[in-house]
Design a protein. Structure first.
Length: 219
């Protein structure tokens, strides 16, 4: 039986990879995008909803599917205002989880980050941690929260510091093993592959560390 999926953050590094996989996957016949602008993708499976994502709850009637993939996220450079940052990284994923619960969507896969901790003194880590806790409080039947390390991807926008970090991690990765393996950088397509696998297979852990994401992506 064909399935439907909702994708948030389709224009981002991971979201764009998830979209490619969903469109190519014969298990899915409808992919709903909720975004601020129309994509440049044309496909009969695609159903686009161009909306104000801060008002996602207004679209409950069309927020229906079998699965939700939430790849929403921003950076300090892109969103220096902390209030706006919080609305994006906490507010949108949490509202999406609430709508999933209200509309009987059983599967919710969301990207968080390594170091996420609601008790952290670091704003970014605390925001991600609070988002995780709020999503888990919805008690959806199948929830997976991915915590990738530094994400390696070809991006449209120039991120000088991120490029420098990627170069440093390329040198450091071979030295990270055992418990430190989760700190290795990871590609956007690996995260996307893991998200689809988790949605379609049984996996015990709700929180998925970066090293486990990489393992799953190879399945």
């Amino acid at each position: 039986m064909s399935k439907s999926a909702i994708l948030l953050g389709a224009s981002g590094a991971v979201g764009s990879e998830v979209l490619k996989l969903l469109l190519a996957d014969t298990r899915y016949d409808t992919i709903k995008l909720f975004s601020r602008s129309k994509s440049d993708v044309s496909n009969p499976k695609l159903e686009e909803h161009v909306i104000d994502l801060f008002r996602l709850s207004d679209y409950k009637a069309v927020f229906t599917a079998d699965e939700v993939y939430c790849c929403i996220g921003t950076t300090k450079a892109q969103t220096p205002d902390k209030d706006t940052y919080y609305k994006i990284d906490y507010g949108i994923p949490v509202v999406a989880a609430q709508l999933a619960k209200e509309n009987g969507i059983k599967t919710y896969i969301v990207i968080s980050a390594i170091g996420a901790d609601a008790e952290s003194g670091i704003f970014y880590n605390r925001t991600k941690g609070e988002m995780q806790d709020a999503v888990l409080n919805e008690n959806l039947p199948k929830t997976h929260i991915l915590q990738p390390s530094l994400i390696v991807a070809k991006r449209k926008d120039k991120r000088i510091m991120e490029k420098a970090a990627q170069g440093f991690m390329w040198l450091l990765n071979p030295l990270l093993f055992g418990n430190a393996a989760k700190y290795k950088s990871i590609s956007a397509d690996s995260i996307a592959k893991a998200m689809l696998w988790l949605a379609n297979n049984s996996y015990q852990n709700t929180i998925v560390s970066s090293d486990k994401i990489k393992e799953i992506s190879r399945k």
